[in-house]
Design a protein around this ligand. Structure first.
Ligand code: TGC
Ligand code: FAD
Length: 392
C-alpha cells in the first residue's frame, strides 16, 4: 500500500465539541495507526494473518478497557474517548478495531460489570495490558440472531460445573487466553462464565477462507465436558440481558469505528480524484465525481454528529439500547455505501491493495452482520417506536 497520507475530514468543526484530552487520545491513536498499522495491514490481509505483534501497541494507546476504572488497569476514560479510539483503529482496519472491541466491551466489560471482585482482580489488569487476550462466545451454529435459543449448557456436579456445546464465528478465539462464554444452566437460565485455555476438553479451531476481516482471527469454541470451577461463573447476572448488555457497549464502539473506515475511503477518493487526470482535467472536476464526494462528506458529517451525541448520552447513562442500534446500523451502512462509491472513483486502481478501499469494503460486509445484522437493528428501532415485536 502507498504511504498513509490520511487527513481526517471535519466539515462541521466537530473538533470544537471535543475536550483537549479527547483530542490527545484521538491523535495518539491516529499517529499509532499511521506508524504501526498502515504499513503492514495490506500484507496481513493478503496473507490472512492477524498481526499479533500489534497487541502491545494497542494496549499502549489505551485500546483495551479505556473506560474500565484505573484500579483494575483500565484507562478510566469517558465514552467519547472510547469512541474516538475505535474510530481511529477502524480507520486503519476493522479487524484491528474488532480485536479491541472484543477485549474491551465483550471481555473486560462483563468481567467488570457482572464479575466478583476476585474475578475482576484476577483478569482485568492482565487484559488491560494485552498480556492476556479474551474472546466472547455467544453465537452458535444454529443460533445467530436469536441467541436466546442457545443450546450450550452447564450442569452442576458437586463443587463445579460441566460445560458442553459449541460456539461459532468467535473473533480472537484461536489465540485467546480466556473466553467469556454464555450457556444455559439446568433451569434453562443463561449464565456467563470464564473458560481458560488449557482446560481439558476446550478447543478453539480456526475458521479459514474468509474474504472479510482477513487480518482478524476467527474461530470456534468447542466444549466437551469441560470442568468449570464454580468461581468462574459470573455471580451478578442471569438471563439474556447479560450478553445483550455487553453488545450495547460493543455496538456503540462500532458506531464510531465504522465512521473511521468511511473517513479513510472518502479521504483516499478525494485525493485520488484531484490527482487523476482524464479528458485533460482532474476527475474531481466532473459533476458526477463531485456528487459522489459531496454525498460522502454529508453522510460522514451526519454520522459523526450522531455518534458524538450518543457518546454524550452514554456518558450520562442515558443512551438506550435502541439508540445504540440506530447508530450502529447507520454508521456501518453509511461506511459500506461510501466504500462502494470510493471504489468507483478509484476506477481499476480501486480493486488493488495500493489503496485501502476494497479491504474496508470487504471488512464492512462482516461489520454489517456481526453484533446484530442490519435488519435486526432495523427491527429493534421498529419495535422501539411502535411497541410491536416483529422478531418472532
Ligand atoms: P428479548 O426477549 O427482547 O430480551 C431478552 C432480555 O434481554 C433484555 N434486552 C437487553 N438488555 C440489555 N441490552 C439490550 N440491548 C437488550 N435487548 C434486550 C430484555 O429486556 C430482556 O430482559 P428480561 O429481564 O425481560 O429477561 O430477546 P429476544 O430473544 O427476543 O432477542 C432480541 C434480539 C433479536 C434483539 C437480540 O437477541 C439480538 O440483539 N440479536 C442479535 C444477536 C447479536 O447481536 N449477536 C452478536 C454476537 S457477538 C458478536 O457479533 C461479536 S463481533 C465482535 C467483533 O469482532 O467486533
Ligand atoms: P442469521 O441469524 O442466520 O441471519 C441470516 C439472515 O436472516 C440475516 O440477514 C438476518 O438479518 C435475517 N434474520 C434473522 N432473523 C430475522 C428476523 N427475525 N426477521 C428478519 N430477518 C431475520 N459472535 C460472537 O458471539 N462472538 C464473536 O466474537 C463474533 N465474531 C464474529 C466475527 C465475524 C467475522 C462474523 C462474520 C461473525 C461474528 N459473530 C460473533 C457472529 C455474529 O454475531 C452473527 O453472524 C450475527 O449475529 C448473525 O447471525 P448468523 O450469522 O447466524 O445469521
Amino acid at each position: 500500500m502507498s504511504k498513509d497520507k490520511f487527513q481526517a475530514p471535519d466539515y462541521y468543526l466537530l473538533d470544537e465539541l471535543l475536550t483537549e484530552e479527547h483530542k490527545l487520545i484521538r491523535d495518539s491513536a491516529r499517529e499509532w495507526v499511521k506508524r504501526e498499522v498502515s504499513p503492514i495491514i495490506e500484507e496481513a490481509c493478503q496473507k490472512a494473518e492477524f498481526p499479533k505483534h500489534l497487541l502491545k501497541g494497542l494496549a499502549s494507546v489505551g485500546a483495551f478497557g479505556p473506560y474500565i476504572p484505573v484500579e483494575y488497569g483500565g484507562g478510566g476514560l469517558d465514552q467519547i474517548s472510547y469512541g474516538l479510539i475505535m474510530q481511529e483503529l477502524e480507520r486503519g482496519d476493522s479487524g484491528i478495531r474488532s480485536t479491541a472491541s472484543v477485549q474491551s466491551s465483550l471481555v473486560m466489560y462483563p468481567i467488570y460489570t457482572y464479575g466478583s471482585e476476585e474475578q475482576r482482580m484476577k483478569y482485568l489488569p492482565k487484559l488491560a495490558t494485552g498480556e492476556w487476550m479474551g474472546c466472547f462466545g455467544l453465537t452458535e451454529p444454529d443460533h445467530g440472531s436469536d441467541p436466546g435459543g442457545m443450546t450450550t449448557n452447564i450442569k452442576k456436579q458437586g463443587d463445579h460445573y460441566v460445560l458442553n456445546g459449541a460456539k461459532m464465528w468467535i473473533s480472537n478465539s484461536p489465540f485467546a487466553d480466556i473466553a467469556v462464554v454464555w450457556a444455559k444452566d439446568e433451569e434453562g437460565i443463561i449464565r456467563g462464565l470464564v473458560v481458560e485455555r488449557g482446560m481439558k476438553g476446550f478447543t478453539t479451531p480456526e475458521t479459514h477462507n474468509k474474504w472479510s476481516l482477513r487480518a482478524s482471527s476467527t474461530g470456534e469454541l468447542v466444549f466437551d465436558n469441560v470442568i468449570i470451577p464454580a468461581e468462574n461463573i459470573f455471580p451478578n447476572v442471569k438471563g439474556l440481558k447479560g450478553p445483550l448488555g455487553c453488545l450495547n457497549s460493543a455496538r456503540y464502539g462500532i458506531a464510531w469505528g465504522a465512521i473511521g473506515a468511511a473517513m479513510d475511503c472518502y479521504d483516499s477518493a478525494l485525493r485520488y480524484s484531484k490527482e487523476r487526470i482524464q479528458f485533460g482535467r482532474p476527475i474531481a472536476g466532473f459533476q458526477l465525481t463531485q456528487k459522489k464526494l459531496a454525498e460522502m462528506i454529508t453522510e460522514i458529517t451526519k454520522a459523526q454528529l450522531m455518534v458524538w451525541r450518543l457518546g454524550v448520552l452514554k456518558n450520562e447513562n442515558r443512551a438506550t439500547p435502541a439508540q445504540i442500534s440506530m447508530a450502529k446500523r447507520n454508521s456501518v451502512n453509511t461506511a459500506l455505501q461510501i466504500a462502494r462509491e470510493a471504489r468507483q472513483i478509484h476506477g481499476g486502481m480501486g480493486i488493488t491493495g495500493e489503496y485501502p478501499i476494497m479491504r474496508h469494503m470487504m471488512n464492512l460486509e462482516s461489520v454489517i452482520t456481526y453484533e446484530g445484522t442490519h435488519d435486526i437493528h432495523l427491527l429493534i428501532t421498529g419495535m422501539d417506536i411502535t411497541g410491536e415485536n416483529a422478531f418472532s
